[in-house]
Design a binder for this molecule. Sequence first.
Ligand SMILES: [Zn+2]
Length: 309
Amino acid sequence: MFTTHEIRTERGILQYRRESLTGIRCRISPVRIERQIDSAPALPDSRERCPFCSDAINASTPTFGDGSRLHCGESVTFPNLYPFAKHHVVTVITTEHEPGRLSARHLADAISGTTQAMIRSPGYASINWNYLPSAGASIVHPHLQGIVDAEPTRLVDLYLSAGRRYLVDHGHLYWDDLVDRERCSERFLFEDEIFWSANPVPLGEREIRGILPISTLDEFEPYIEPLARGIIRIIEFYRDLGTYAFNASIFFDAPGTAGCGHRAFCSLIARLNPNSLSMCDSAFMERLHLEPVILTLPEDLGALFREKS
Ligand SMILES: [Zn+2]
């Protein structure tokens, strides 16, 4: 499912990995972790001017066409004031500005609210989460973003086209073959309704993916709770490893495409903690070459997960 070309450098190894299905590539250089550029999180104290805190949210956020916001448990969903997709909603997860630890209930409600708001618009949907400024969040208060467009984003397009080709060529789903293969690897983490493992060709540091047994947003509802539980478990694993900031995305195929070769999947990557130097883990290889340099071998993540849980 992927190839590895390894060379020895003066101080260790360097691996070039390529995912066979999509051609996605990365480089893994474990020695770079010795630079120790990540530090304890320096959390910005922005509670006072936060537009998502409960005393400000009604005055500072827009409403849908009918003048409403969507409430699901503690979460509130509304249109993004600065959209970069045809349909772009924001869901504030908790009334709490900086919840120490989020519960699976909070997250499931927020994912459910985002889903209800997006299901009104046909197209290629994803639910996304930037947590903390070093992961690209402009507001610290935890919030999800749902986007829907007529065309899939580049990554989804790669998996959809290659997945459909694979189904035609092999007569079965790439994702089923992948799960069978990964279940027996060092990268496997855990499995309930959703299959969780470290991605062998990571798009970012410590990338973990959860593969759902469905492909579209309208099939998603029964899997929201197990997905929320799984995401919380991964976030806590990241915290045990010392990283608080992360990005997460859940990618869906368009409505009416069930059985066309895709599986909805959730991807999480750890990011550097917020720091006073604005040190960041995205540089020219990640942003311009689209070939991330990774420090942690995905095979080590399985062992670390078992050690911490
Ligand atoms: Zn707040």
